[in-house]
Write a protein that binds this ligand. Structure first.
Ligand SMILES: [Zn+2]
Length: 92
């Protein structure tokens, strides 16, 4: 992303008109999407580590029941049991 930023700052954005190549804007959007996704993942891991530290890891934050071992194996950062996850998902 810093490479794209440097190129953009240099004002050499002629490749925006290059019909062959991907535009800087498109690359930026892609990189930004990736960055946002990784930031979310990192936040989830941070919250999971905090729950490990305070001894609440593996306990559903919504209903307080244990999260299934299979679910934790598949999604180690899960904060909801499968039942709560389904309820929350259905409300979206
Ligand atoms: Zn639950």
């Amino acid at each position: 992303m810093s490479d794209i930023r440097t190129i953009r700052a240099g004002g050499s954005d002629d490749d925006e008109h290059d019909p062959e190549g991907e535009t800087l804007s498109a690359q930026w959007s892609q990189a930004e999407g990736l960055r946002a996704g990784l930031a979310d993942e990192l936040a989830e891991v941070d919250r999971a580590l905090a729950r490990v530290a305070d001894g609440t890891y593996g306990v559903c934050v919504r209903c307080g029941r244990p999260i299934g071992a299979e679910r934790l194996a598949a999604r180690p950062t899960a904060e909801l049991c499968i039942d709560c996850a389904r309820i929350v998902e259905a409300r979206r």
